[in-house]
Design a protein around this ligand. Structure first.
Ligand SMILES: Nc1ncnc2c1ncn2[C@@H]1O[C@H](COP(=O)(O)OP(=O)(O)O)[C@@H](O)[C@H]1O
Ligand SMILES: [Mg+2]
Length: 131
């Protein structure tokens, strides 16, 4: 799952999240970068589906709530958005489940770093790196 992917539509973005979710053990930190509307939250929706998000829960953008937590078959999925609060102490969530952080720069805390770039015709180039 490490490498470069070209994603043509939101369904494919979600499917990529599902695929990546199958490699997770449950305590990883994943950073997600990419412009507004590039598909970060769509990708997380796929992660949630792949982890087996419990019925009645839906992934929504944490832009205003900052942190959204979802129960899944593989433990909690913690979805954080630093767009409005760059100095938010997201590290406190490490160890509580899979932690996915939008707008976090790739750093030593991250097990996986994902960067999404919008190309012409709405295709997304997704680069997944492991530290
Ligand atoms: N190839 C694509 N991959 C992902 N999203 C896409 C793609 N093409 C168009 N979209 C649209 O772009 C938007 C991405 O929104 P979202 O996932 O909330 O982005 P972000 O969290 O990066 O701000 C959605 O409206 C989605 O339907
Ligand atoms: Mg988002």
């Amino acid at each position: 799952m490490i490498g470069e992917f070209f994603v043509k539509n939101p369904e494919e973005m979600e499917a990529l999240g599902v695929r990546l979710s199958k490699k997770l053990e449950g305590k990883e930190v994943i950073c997600l970068k990419g412009n507004l509307g590039s598909g970060k939250t769509t990708f997380v929706r796929g992660l949630a589906r792949g982890l087996g998000i419990k019925e009645g829960h839906q992934v929504r953008s944490p832009t205003f709530t900052i942190v959204n937590e979802y129960p899944t078959e593989k433990g909690t999925l913690i979805h954080i958005d630093l767009y409005r609060v760059r100095d938010f102490e997201w590290e406190e969530f490490i160890g509580n489940g899979v932690v996915v952080v939008e707008w976090l720069d790739c750093g030593e805390m991250c097990n996986l770093c994902i960067e999404i770039e919008v190309l012409e015709d709405d295709t997304r180039r997704v680069v997944i790196k492991k530290l």
